[in-house]
Design a protein. Sequence first.
Length: 221
Amino acid sequence: AESQRSRQSGRSSSKPKVQPIRTDLSECAIIAAACGSVHTLLLARPLKGGEQQVFICGAWEALGLEGCYQDQSEAVDLALEPAGDVTAIAARAGASCCASSTAGFSADAAEHLLFFWGEVECSVCPNFFAAPAPCFRIPEAVKAVSLGGCFGLALDTAGVVYAWGDGTYGELGGADPVDLGTADPESLAAGKLSELPTPGRVILPKQVESLQPTRNEPSTA
């Protein structure tokens, strides 16, 4: 199983095993939680200030801890590269997603990124990411994300909804589909963040009032 996962991730199996870093969550405020079928994500903010972080526990396949093949019964810190302030989390069976902003972590312009790991299957190739990989960038900070079986959505602070994945049944809400092609996690992480694609925008309905038929009011003349 170990060699199979290494092949699926597109990375060398010679990389040393990861030693999960456990953090005392009593020093953090849990502000969000997300559940997959056999794993859990927690979004935490340090009580003494600092960036928000993702903590994860459960079955090793979905944890995003490359090189670690042990289930985790205690929440461990999930490090992202590049580092950032995590703003939203989402999970489903075997896969996870989080949004992160690099504002304050780099001298370059802030990037608002969507990371994926696990058995993604959201039109992101390959289908398995052993470690969190930045796959999309969003113009504004993301405040909510959600994962369906083969698609996902993100809501930014400007009120724009983005969608990616399989839109066979209209799941993308009219958004143009985006496919990362055959890129592997290492090439995605090594590439320029500014070159990452942006998911298509969901076409939101007009205000209810504008959709109502105009009634001909009787003349009072």
